[in-house]
Write a protein that binds this ligand. Structure first.
Ligand code: FEO
Length: 392
């Protein structure tokens, strides 16, 4: 694949990683991903914005074959999937200077061992004139590392946003052609990567408001030529008010907890509450993360294994705690054989989530009529709380 032109003098020179299925040894990638890098050629000088993952070195280097001189290498983000080729490119272009944020310099020095003399720190709002192409550096911290920034190309109204607005999606489309598909991939990306920094992202979105942006070129997934689509989606995802939705991750060993989960799902639906159950024996955790983006209530369902929660529920609970969704309410349901201490243990695993615990519903062995009544009561309570907040 050759370099692909975006506007005059501006090219996509990234790589598609079609078959990657896991990121950070944690995040499922059902649709692969891409590492986008952008070459900006001014009348006088040339800059490359971000690089690619080291595994894709050949893809980027092939696209730069005809570039005889590179003056600047710009690192919007120090994480290795974008910074991995910095040492190789600084060696290939010995006159190039690496530009990055102050924190970016620190991280790149630590992670990639780049010599200090090759790095120049740019401040928030600094500009770089390449000759008919002016780059402005906009600090956008915590999307999703402390050093992250965007690079804005003024003449072309092009925002190169790195991970911000990205989607893990390998595609031959340079631009978004299927908004539904990209929405799902971008929401998955937001859920897994950005959600813990929701309140900082609110500020970053406000900061970008004054900029005239015709295209957003992220470092993962296709370019947005109708950027309002993804900006509006982000506004909804980071909003403080959740939706009238319940997320119900559960696991069942002999069917009792599953019976309880099914009853609660039915009772919630009957009361006009949207609910998504996730059987953790077969769940794509990315789907669970997506559901957490806008849910108001989390209900965890677990059997008791030797007095403790099932390990799959412990894993999901740790994930929820790490992702810090905007949950308002929580509950725990499940069954046990002879004794249980599950509620206290789960509560201790989730200190980052400041949700009001509405109930715990446990039964010994198979759920009976009294348990089903308790679950109906829980559904009534959840519906009532959602109504009080006027959730839609
Ligand atoms: Fe795509 Fe934070 O790296």
């Amino acid at each position: 694949m050759k370099a692909r032109q975006i506007t005059k003098g501006v090219y996509w020179v990234g790589a598609q990683d079609w078959h990657r299925r896991l990121f950070d040894a944690l995040i499922p990638l059902p649709d692969g991903t891409s590492y986008n890098a952008y070459l900006v050629q001014g009348q006088n000088q040339t800059a490359l914005i971000d690089t690619v993952d080291q595994s894709m070195a050949g893809e980027l280097l092939a696209k730069l074959e005809d570039v005889s001189a590179l003056d600047y290498l710009i690192a919007n983000h120090a994480e290795q999937d974008h910074s991995g080729l910095i040492p190789a490119l600084l060696a290939k272009f010995p006159q190039a200077t690496l530009l990055t944020s102050a924190k970016g310099k620190e991280l790149i020095r630590e992670h990639l061992d780049v010599p200090e003399l090759r790095i120049r720190v740019v401040s928030d709002g600094d500009t770089l004139a390449l000759g008919g192409k002016t780059l402005e550096f906009i600090y956008t911290p915590w999307v999703h590392w402390p050093e992250t920034m965007c690079t804005y190309l003024r003449e072309d109204r092009l925002l190169m946003s790195c991970d911000f607005f990205g989607s893990h999606l390998a595609t031959s489309d340079l631009y978004v052609t299927d908004q539904g598909r990209v929405y799902e991939a971008a929401k998955r990306y937001y859920a897994e990567i950005m959600m813990p920094f929701r309140t900082v992202i609110q500020k970053n979105l406000e900061k970008l408001k004054p900029y005239a942006i015709e295209r957003i070129a992220p470092s993962h997934g296709p370019i947005y030529d109708h950027p309002q689509f993804i900006v509006e989606a982000y506004r909804e995802w980071v909003a403080d008010t959740p939706r009238n939705e319940v997320v119900l991750p559960y696991i069942s060993m002999h069917g009792s907890t599953e019976l309880m989960a099914h009853r609660l799902v039915a009772a919630l639906v009957d009361r006009g509450v949207r609910v998504t159950p996730f059987n953790l024996a077969v769940t794509d955790l990315g789907k669970l993360a997506i559901a957490l983006v806008e849910a108001a209530t989390l209900v965890l369902g677990t059997p008791t294994v030797n007095t403790i929660p099932h390990p799959n529920i412990c894993y999901a609970t740790h994930l929820v705690n790490a992702l810090r969704p905007k949950l308002k309410f929580a509950a725990i349901i499940g069954s046990y054989g002879w004794n249980t201490r599950v509620s206290e243990q789960i509560a201790g695993m989730i200190p980052n989530v400041k949700a009001e615990v509405l109930a715990t519903v446990f039964c010994r062995g198979l759920p009976q009529a009294a348990t089903f009544q308790e679950l109906d009561n829980l559904a009534e309570k959840i519906a009532g709380k959602h109504r009080e907040l006027n959730l839609s």
